[in-house]
Write a protein that binds this ligand. Structure first.
Ligand code: ADP
Ligand code: ZN
Ligand code: ZN
Length: 693
């Protein structure tokens, strides 16, 4: 039955609500209801926030079933059609309801009706105050340095392209320290000056990188309002920043991945720094890739998108190959600071060290120890990189072979010694005291196996008592603001030896580090994940890139048992293009992305057999659609996840692959409609372009 409106004024609002139920929901409008408005509506027994996506004359639902919008948020101007379209695209692509994308994209205060009255009341007094907050007057303008020829050429190309008002995606491949930031700043300066409204979005992978960049941006552009958006902000601060962006007051928006879904009515360019970084992929809830959405958003708006990296993702690199011609590749091949060159990278063969009977102390070889000593004598800094936090990855009983397993997960409990002696699960968070004796045999000699950053920190302090040793990892930076304190201690020279995980490898412009020691990277060589070597190479290139950025030549030593491995050979030659070529050839041969497209169905249950049974049923049910799609779809066998059990729940997965993105999309739409009908019912989720396969 079709419901017809009696009154011309009365219309139907189609509203997105944060629920997995598909589609939009119909409500009759009240004054002020318009497309893009944030509203509150009755939903079941509750009131829920929603966004009006369409207004129509009629609904396909029975008239007596349709309730009215309860409240319209008048304080906030409606969201634009571009924003609604972006979210609807993301919803469709990531197989979610529109509301599951739109509502979480709004700061909590903005989507909480109880706050609206306050916003409305204070609106007029508040905006000027907030805008002022975004442009503190305390920054004296710093002058832009003269660009190098290479930088200038890149900037010219970007500005020329931006002035054509067309979609233009660029991949900026610049070696570490080549001054990509300076390129971004010059592009921004030109675009911000070109008209009075233009907004620029600069995405960075880590919250820890925002304060440093924020300072540079404020110092360079004190005349423009700047908003910072990331998940670490207090709710009120985030709501203000979001509003400044939404109202067009903020001209520069600096943010982490969630900022890609901000409302930016005058967006004229998007820059994604360190575009290869896996942090751009949200790993829970809506599993979107902020980098991919940036490119989509740029295309939708017809604007310039710059993806920058010293180690681009293979996907982006492939698209920038001449024959693909999807992204235009721009290159910065030299370091920017006077006399700065790429560091010398050498491999230390651990087997050779053993054979020559050169003592390895606490897992650190002689060449690395000597390199540190040399830096200490010269008053320079060293960075020791180990991508494993904690004291030791496992505690072991030598008498009976007991290992400290997590009772709730299929992983080991990690020994931590920074706050007493505890065993901690890195997957479910479980913490227990270290047992006095082996729970199995009673032996009191339990030994830590392997090394984490805490143990290396302790060893270095013992080996170099004269040195100031500091550790930066997720444990050392748990307290708010501590990452900044620690990082600034490095920048101001209060540290001689820095021990860190990948947290210190990303983007930081350390001026005094001249030696980087990479301690135990071999584990990643044996990974089954097809992206493991790509990621290892990127990590090593990035961390090596922290050495010698300011003129004093840098040195990098990699301790390995496999010096012949292609990844290390490429690293010693700083040969990203060569290694990318090798990896792309392998991917083509094996039919992996970027030559195919993937989706991953994951299911959790108390019993692994239930997971596998569900996936088997999903597989059988899928055959029907797969046949319709002319067998363009490959379904792999259901298997337990790499970490099969987390917090008492077993997990299994099923990979789907296709050479055609659109065939995969059509398949997934039908499949996701089928999955809820399977019995027994299970908690499942689908991830597009999964990272961990
Ligand atoms: P990347 O992000 O490419 O690794 P950065 O943007 O951090 O490199 O720049 C590396 C260093 O070079 C920074 O200290 C920066 O101030 C400096 N730099 C960049 N461009 C220039 C330039 N044109 N002249 C002098 N120094 C520069
Ligand atoms: Zn024992
Ligand atoms: Zn656990």
């Amino acid at each position: 039955m079709v419901f017809k409106v009696k009154d011309e004024q009365e219309r139907i609002a189609r509203v997105a609500i944060d629920t997995p139920l598909p589609g939009l929901f119909d409500y009759s409008t009240i004054p002020g209801t318009q497309v893009g408005a944030i509203v509150s509506v009755p939903f079941g027994k509750r009131q829920m926030a929603g966004v009006v996506v369409e207004i129509q004359a009629s609904s396909t639902q029975a008239a007596d079933k349709i309730k009215a919008v309860s409240l319209v948020c008048h304080a906030i101007p409606p969201l634009s059609t571009d924003w609604l379209n972006l979210c609807q695209f993301a919803a469709q692509y990531y197989l979610r309801s529109p509301g599951e994308v739109m509502l979480p994209a709004l700061p909590t205060h903005i989507r909480t009706p109880t706050h609206w009255e306050k916003w409305t009341r204070q609106a007029n007094q508040n905006w000027p105050k907030i805008a002022k907050l975004m442009t503190p007057a305390s920054y004296a303008k710093t002058a832009a340095p003269l660009l190098l020829t290479e930088q200038q050429r890149v900037v010219d190309t970007l500005i020329a392209s931006a002035s054509t008002n067309n979609f233009a995606p660029f991949l900026l491949h610049g070696v570490t320290g080549s001054g990509k930031t300076e390129v971004y700043l010059h592009l921004m300066a030109a675009l911000l000056a070109s008209n009075t409204t233009s907004q620029i979005l600069l995405l960075v992978p880590e919250i820890n990188l925002t304060p440093q960049l924020e300072m540079s941006l404020r110092a360079r552009f004190p005349e423009y309002a700047l908003a910072v958006l990331h998940s670490g902000l207090a709710e009120g601060v985030r709501a203000n920043a979001w509003l400044c962006a939404h109202l067009g007051k903020a001209r520069i928006i600096l943010g982490t991945r969630l900022a890609i879904l901000a409302s930016l009515p005058h967006l004229t360019a998007i820059i994604v720094d360190e575009e290869h970084d896996t942090s751009y992929k949200q790993q829970e809830g809506l599993r979107y890739s902020a980098r991919d959405l940036a490119v989509w958003r740029g295309q939708q708006l017809g604007i310039t998108v710059v993806l920058g990296s010293a180690t681009p993702s293979l996907e982006s690199w492939h698209k920038s190959e001449a024959h693909q011609n999807r992204y235009q590749r721009l290159t910065l091949s030299e370091r920017a600071q006077t006399h700065a060159v790429l560091p010398q990278v050498h491999l230390v063969d651990i087997e050779v060290e053993r054979k020559l009977q050169r003592p390895i102390r606490e897992g650190i070889t002689q060449p690395v120890l000597q390199a540190i000593e040399k830096r200490l004598a010269r008053g320079e800094q060293s960075l020791l990189y180990l991508n494993r936090r904690g004291y030791a990855p496992v505690l072991h009983c030598e008498a009976c072979g007991w290992l400290s397993g997590c009772p709730r997960c299929s992983v080991h409990l990690v020994l931590h010694r920074d706050q007493g002696n505890i065993l901690r699960c890195h997957h479910c968070g479980l913490e227990t005291r270290v047992p006095h004796h082996c729970p199995d045999c009673g032996n009191v000699d339990l030994v830590p196996l392997g090394r984490g950053t805490q143990r290396i920190e302790e060893s270095l302090a013992a080996l170099f008592p004269q040195a100031r040793v500091m550790r930066i990892d997720a444990d050392a930076t748990r307290r708010k603001g501590s990452a900044q304190t620690l990082l600034s201690a490095v920048h101001t020279g209060q540290v001689d030896i820095l021990v860190g995980t990948q947290m210190v490898a990303k983007g930081h412009d350390f001026q005094r580090i001249t030696f980087v020691g990479i301690l135990n990277p071999d584990a990643a060589l044996h990974s089954h994940e097809f992206r493991a070597s790509e990621r290892l190479f990127a990590q090593l290139m990035q961390v090596a890139g922290r050495a010698g950025r300011a003129g004093i030549p840098g040195e990098v030593l990699v301790q390995t048992r496999y010096p012949q491995a292609a990844v290390y050979q490429a690293l010693t030659h700083h040969d990203y293009p060569g290694y990318a070529r090798t990896l792309i050839a392998q991917r083509k041969e094996a039919g992996f992305p970027p030559f195919t497209f993937q989706a991953l169905l994951t299911v959790q249950a108390r019993d692994l057999s239930h997971c596998l049974a569900f996936l088997q049923a999903a597989c059988t049910g899928a055959q029907a659609f797969a046949e319709i799609l002319n067998a363009e779809i490959t379904l792999f066998d259901p298997v337990p996840c790499a970490v099969a059990k987390i917090a008492g729940r077993e997990r299994a997965q099923l990979l789907v692959e296709s050479a055609s993105r659109s065939a995969l999309q059509r398949f997934l739409v039908s499949w996701t409609a089928l999955l809820p009908t399977l019995r027994p019912r299970q908690k499942w989720q689908i991830e597009r372009d999964p990272m961990l396969v």
